[in-house]
Structure formats: structure tokens, C-alpha cells
Design a protein around this ligand. Sequence first.
Ligand SMILES: NC(=O)c1ccc[n+]([C@@H]2O[C@H](COP(=O)([O-])OP(=O)(O)OC[C@H]3O[C@@H](n4cnc5c(N)ncnc54)[C@H](OP(=O)(O)O)[C@@H]3O)[C@@H](O)[C@H]2O)c1
Length: 314
Amino acid sequence: MNFEDKIYVAGHKGMVGSAICRRLALLGFHNVITKTSSELDLRNQNKTDIFFKNEKPKYVFLAAGKVGGIEANNNYRAEFIYDNLMIQNNIIHSSHLNRVKKLLFLGSSCIYPKHANQPIKESELLTGVLEPTNEPYAIAKIAGIKMCEAYKDQYGNNFISVMPTNLYGPNDNYDSSNSHVLPALIRKFHEAKTENLSEVEIWGSGNPRREFLHVEDLATACIHIMKVYDKKETVNVGTGIDITIKELAIMIKHVSGYKGEIVFNTEKPDGTPRKWLDISKISKLGWSPKISLKDGLEKTYADFVQHKAKYIVS
Ligand SMILES: NC(=O)c1ccc[n+]([C@@H]2O[C@H](COP(=O)([O-])OP(=O)(O)OC[C@H]3O[C@@H](n4cnc5c(N)ncnc54)[C@H](OP(=O)(O)O)[C@@H]3O)[C@@H](O)[C@H]2O)c1
């Protein structure tokens, strides 16, 4: 990628897209194009194609999509499959028609089988049943990965994909019914502290293990992969370190300064017991994460407090 190349970041207002934009700007890429969903609804094939015909981007980061935690994935099953399929179909096909030089598609570690072997290698994809709560989302995302592969096979398009673990950082979603575990805990502990609550309730046993990557690290990984990797198989992006939800809760409790108790509601489901990515492939490609979970949580909590009015709309 040259600094003057036209780069389209789809989903630039989201957590991932905004981090990629910040990183590109910092590196000196000065021809980045963006559109909000109200300016361009990427579910609309005709409008998406006109946009690509007019703009002719050379590189595309596909970070637009419908994203949410367990509850949202389960309650809005139709929207999760429809929106994601439409957005990725339109962008990938328009990228092909308009000769985009390279496209990077964002997959997700939660689309690996529910009982995948740990740590999860890229080859585990499609080797078992999916977690039922997010099956529609996972099926859409798997279709996106397979679409990149198929366009590479049939047309020779350089369309690749990455598989990030759970992400956190600026512009995360802190909605009370729609967020992932880490931002949900940040909000819960902060509110418990400000409202002087004696305890914070956490869903499940606290025993499931999860891996968390700061989104600034993901952005450096995406740009690195865009520069150095041309193969068909997807690439995991994570830290290679996982912790229990209980350990995470204790860390966030300390970072927020909350003094009360943590209570686990074991009536609520735990979800997948473990989701731990094998990151040996991306390590061999010369990338490693730089932000520790402790530093990342401190930065993220400070960002949350600073921008609370923007983040909390419900
Ligand atoms: N968050 C995670 O932990 C995580 C983990 C692994 C992988 N990923 C993947 O990373 C990608 C981005 O996730 P994220 O967390 O950054 O999501 P996000 O913060 O919710 O952002 C999603 C972006 O998609 C755009 N978008 C949604 N529907 C659209 C439409 N119909 N037309 C145009 N744009 C639309 C939104 O645009 P507007 O803001 O303009 O509406 C927003 O900028 C997703 O593909 C996700 O699967 C995320």
C-alpha cells in the first residue's frame, strides 16, 4: 500500500473501523474514504455499486456489520444474518466488479465451532456445530470468509480475511442489552461505584475463559496483514492469553475503584466454555500485540468515563 492509494474503510464509525482509520492516519495514509450508514446503506446493492464505480478504491477494509453480545445475537437473529450477508455480499461483489486490488474481511473468533479444539487453529473452522445463540451471525460471517476464498479461486481476486478474538477499546458498544461482556462489565462496575451499590451481579459461573485484544492492536494487525499476506486461509488475531470471566471482573473492579462485592448468578447461561485462539500463524507473519490487558483496561475505562454521555444512550 502506498500512502496516496485510495483506501475505503467500511464501518469507520464503529470500534474496529475507527481504530483502523486512526492507525492509517498515524502511518501517513492520506486518501482514506468513508461513509456512514445513513449516507450509504451497504445493504443496498445498487447504491453500493454506484459508490464503488464512482470512488474506485484500491484497498478495502470491510469492518461494517451488525455486531452485538449474546442477547442481541439471539433476539435479533434475522437482522444479524440479513444485514451481515447483504453488507458483505455487496462490498465483496462490488470490489470484484470494480477491480479493488485487495480487500480484508473481518471475521470473528465466535464463528468457530462451540467445542473447537483449544487453542483454536484456523483449520478448526467448519469442523463442528456452532454456538446456537449466535448461529445466524456465524453463518453470515462464514459465508463472507468463503466468499473471499471463492472470488480468489474463480477470479484471482486478492480478498483475504482475519479472525479477531473479543475486542475492546474506544467506540465500543456500552448498550445495556446489546453489548459484549467486557464493555458490559465496565459499565456495570462504573455505575455500581457511582450509585454506591453493595454488589455487582454477573451472569453465569464466572468460569468460562475468554481472550481480549485491544482494538488498537487489532488495527495494527489488519494493516500488517493487508501488507504481507495473500493466501486463502483466514488468519487468527489475538493475544494468545485467556482469562476467566471472574478474573476479568476482578480486574475491572480494581480499575474502576469499586469497593463492593461481586456475585455470580449461576441461573444464567455460561455460553462457550473456552475461546482461545492459536496465534502462531500471525506471529510467524511478524505481528504481535503490544497492549497488555491491564493497560488496555485502564485506557478503556478512562475513555469510557470521558465519553460516557456519548456511549450511554439507554
Ligand atoms: N467487537 C468485537 O469484539 C469484534 C470481535 C471480532 C470481530 N469483530 C468484527 O469486526 C467488525 C466490526 O465490528 P465493530 O465492533 O467495530 O462493530 P460496530 O462498532 O458495531 O461498528 C459497526 C459499523 O458498521 C456500520 N454499519 C452497520 N450496518 C451498516 C449498513 N447497513 N450500512 C453501512 N454501514 C453499516 C456502522 O456504521 P454507522 O455507525 O455509520 O451506522 C458501524 O460503523 C464486524 O464485522 C465484527 O464481526 C468484532
